[in-house]
Every structure is written in structure tokens, then in C-alpha cells.
Design a protein around this ligand. Structure first.
Ligand code: PMP
Length: 424
């Protein structure tokens, strides 16, 4: 028995499924999850000493690679002054100033401790600001695990075959209206049927929790127009795309301004952080200025702020990270496409190979993927020292630490999967 297997046996007795987040489980691909001991650059090492080239990147935060020295230094220096005060700090001000300087449409931000909290709060704010109750979300988009958003959710909810979670009451879900990604008519129909009742449309500007599904040309500007015409707010959930597609996130990349945007992952540099922000007029509805209550004991935690500030500052000083990671992702996407029959979607440093030949532009398309084949592919890659998401419905995340050699090695491993498959 390996150390990971032994830890998994212990873990299952005291933790549901042996994990603290379902996406870490290997339920969809079989076997014990690898228990990770350490990570550096593009590589992670498990408790048995196996080293893997990592394309999960902690699900997004590690755009600069694991164990970034400057971030580790910032964390240690800040921790030496105390871990949490429950009072205002200079680091929080610096963080908010940096975020609003990098993301032009934002005038104010509020820090939270996770992406889930950020999105949950942005939804409450949209409702408080507009005085309306309903929200529109897209099938296959994941916005964290708050009740009203666990409706046709992506990510682990989709992998586990449970996109509408048990425990969510009809009451909590009834104000969530569902539209189809990349289908503006489906949104227009909801506005038509629910005149004056829709507070906000929330969207992942790049769907990255049903595999990777980029927006079609015109989709995001179309949402902007529909929201404007109907007096609803447009919320971009940039928990994945923020500071990943570009410094200014999806809003900069696609040239579409949302009214509110939510963040997580990269802004914490690997520490637990989330944030939401928007125009002053909207953000000033949040307590203590306004009537929308939202709070957090550890929000704006100094150690987390130091890590995030350091990550964002490095990205600001080295914007070439974006072109470089996108080029590597493009090379990998081409390599996978040429050597498999897969549909590969790629945008910036995000990509995903779907085990289907059809175009994947929405939830229904993503679900056509052969998940059994993905499981075989995952295990083949793992045996070859390459760690990808243990689920079809997640992204591959490239980082500044990945090299051309890493990509070429990965393509060789992909090639080795196919001859074997074809002889089956
Ligand atoms: N929104 C999106 C787009 C996400 O990808 C995630 C997490 N993967 C969340 C929200 C929730 O963030 P967290 O897991 O930090 O609560």
C-alpha cells in the first residue's frame, strides 16, 4: 500500500470521501487521491515521493508556479507581525488600491475569504441595489457552493452527477433562472417572462467549470446590452479569469465592463482570499455605508493580503506572463488536437480536451464527452508523471513556471495514450 493509499484509508474514516473538497477526490477516475507533500514551480510531490508535472495549479491560484520565493518571503515577513487582528490594516488599503488600479471598471472592492463568499455577497448586493429578487445563471457555470447558485452547477457538482445539490430548498432555488451559455436568446426569453424582476445576470466570462468553454463572439456584449435594456446588473464571476486572462481579467480581455465582478484564487497568491468589486454607487450599498450586510472575521487577513499583493505586483511587473502562458497553452492545445480525436478548447492559459468530436460551446456539448475515456486518459497521464484534473469538467491551468520542454513532454505522453487506445 502506498502512503497516499494509507492516508486515504485514514481520511475516509474521518472526512467525507476522505477530502475537504470534492474536486480533489479521484471518484470519477478511480483510486486514491494523491496526497501532496510539497510543490515547486510546475511540479508537485506526493507523500510517496512521486513527482508530477502539475496542470491543476491549486485550481487556478498558482499562475506564478508553486512555491514562488517572493510570495513565501512576503508571507513569512507578514506573519511575524501577527496573523490576524480583526481590525483595519495598511495591507488591505494597498490591496484595494492595487486591484482598482489594475481593473479599470472597478472603483471599490470588498475582500472576503473565498470565491464562494465573494459571489454570494455580490448576488446579495445586486438584489439590494436593484430591489429585485431573481437572478439568471447559466447551466454548467459554477459560482461556489452557496444555495441559490447550486442549480445546474458545474465543477465537482457536475462531475458527481449532482448539479442540483440536495439540501438546497425550493425556496432558495426558485429565484435562480437558468439560461444556456452562449445563447443570448435564452437570456432574452427570461427577461421577457420576468419583466422587472431580474436583479442580475451572473456569468463566468469564460466557462471554466464544464471544461473550458469560451464565449462566442458577441455573447458577452449581448449580455451587457440585455442587462442595460432591462435594468439588471451584469456580474462577471472572475474567480478563475481574474488576473489570468489579462491583468484586468475578462473585462479587459473582451472589452466588456460588468457592473460587479468577483475574484478569488490568484488574488490570494495561494492563500484563502476572495473579493468583489464594482462601481462606487453600487458598492456603497454595502455595510457599514449601506444596508446590504456582509462581513468576515478573517476578511482582508494580513498574511493573505501580503501573498496576494505580492502575486499581483509580480504580474503587473511581468505582464509577459500572459503572452507566454497563452503561447504554451496554444502549443499544448495543438499538440493534443493533432494527436487525438479530441475537441480542444483553449483561451489564454486555460485549456481542456473533451473526449468528443463535436464543438463544445455549452453545457450540453460538454456533457457529450466520454468521461470513461477521460478517466483512462487521466490514469495514463498520471502513470507518466503528469497530474491533470481528476474530472473532465475542469480546466488545465498553465503557469509561468511551465516550460516548452514540459509541454513537449506532455504531448509525448498524450501520443502514447492513443496507439494503445486504437488497438482496443
Ligand atoms: N466561481 C468560480 C468561477 C469558481 O471557479 C470557483 C471555484 N472553483 C468559485 C466561484 C468558488 O470559489 P471558492 O472555491 O474559493 O469558494
Amino acid at each position: 500500500m502506498t502512503k497516499s493509499e494509507a492516508l486515504f484509508e485514514r481520511a475516509k474514516k474521518v472526512m467525507p470521501g476522505g477530502v475537504n473538497s470534492p474536486v480533489r477526490a479521484f471518484a470519477a477516475v478511480g483510486g486514491a487521491p494523491r496526497f501532496i507533500r510539497s510543490a515547486k514551480g510546475a511540479y508537485i510531490t506526493d507523500e510517496d515521493g512521486n513527482i508530477y508535472l502539475d496542470y491543476v495549479g491549486s485550481w487556478g491560484p498558482m499562475i506564478l508556479g508553486h512555491g514562488n520565493e517572493a510570495i513565501l518571503d512576503a508571507v513569512c515577513r507578514t506573519a511575524a507581525n501577527g496573523l490576524s487582528f480583526g481590525a483595519a490594516t495598511a495591507l488591505e488599503v494597498e490591496m484595494a488600491e492595487l486591484i482598482v488600479s489594475l481593473v479599470k471598471p472597478l472603483e471599490m472592492v470588498r475582500m472576503t475569504s473565498s470565491g464562494t463568499e465573494a459571489v454570494m455577497s455580490a448576488i446579495r448586493l445586486a438584489r439590494g441595489y436593484t430591489g429585485r429578487g431573481k437572478i439568471v445563471k447559466f447551466s454548467g457555470c459554477y459560482h461556489g457552493h452557496s444555495d441559490c447558485l447550486l442549480v445546474k452547477a458545474g465543477s465537482g457538482a457536475l462531475t458527481g452527477g449532482n448539479p442540483d445539490s440536495a439540501g438546497v430548498t425550493e425556496g432558495a432555488a426558485k429565484d435562480t433562472l437558468l439560461a444556456e451559455y452562449n445563447d443570448l436568446d435564452s437570456v432574452a426569453r427570461l427577461f421577457e417572462k420576468n419583466k422587472g424582476d431580474i436583479a442580475a445576470v451572473i456569468v463566468e466570462p469564460v466557462g471554466a467549470n464544464m471544461g473550458v468553454v469560451p464565449p462566442k463572439e458577441g455573447f458577452l456584449p449581448g449580455l451587457r446590452r440585455l442587462c442595460d435594456t432591462n435594468g439588471a446588473l451584469l456580474i462577471f464571476d472572475e474567480v478563475i479569469t481574474g488576473f489570468r486572462l489579462a491583468l484586468g481579467g475578462a473585462m479587459e480581455y473582451f472589452g466588456v465592463d460588468a457592473d460587479l465582478a468577483t475574484y478569488g484564487k490568484i488574488i490570494g497568491g495561494g492563500m484563502p482570499v476572495g473579493a468583489y468589486g464594482g462601481r462606487r454607487e453600487i458598492m456603497e450599498c454595502v455595510a457599514p455605508v449601506g444596508a446590504v450586510y456582509q462581513a468576515g472575521t478573517l476578511s482582508g487577513n494580513p498574511v493573505a493580503m501580503a501573498a496576494g499583493l505580492c502575486a499581483l505586483t509580480q504580474l503587473k511587473e511581468n505582464p509577459c506572463v500572459y503572452a507566454n502562458t497563452a503561447a504554451l497553452a496554444g502549443r499544448l492545445a495543438d499538440g493534443i488536437r493533432m494527436n487525438t480525436g479530441c475537441t480542444v478548447n483553449q483561451i489564454g492559459s486555460l485549456l481542456c480536451a473533451f473526449f468528443t468530436t463535436g464543438e463544445v460551446t455549452d453545457y450540453e456539448g460538454a456533457k457529450k464527452s466520454d468521461v470513461k475515456k477521460y478517466a483512462d486518459y487521466f490514469n495514463h497521464m498520471l502513470r507518466n508523471g503528469i497530474y491533470i484534473a481528476p474530472s473532465q469538467f475542469e480546466a488545465m491551468f498553465l503557469s509561468a513556471a511551465h516550460t516548452q520542454e514540459d509541454i513537449d513532454h506532455t504531448i509525448e505522453a498524450v501520443k502514447a495514450f492513443y496507439p494503445k487506445e486504437e488497438t482496443k
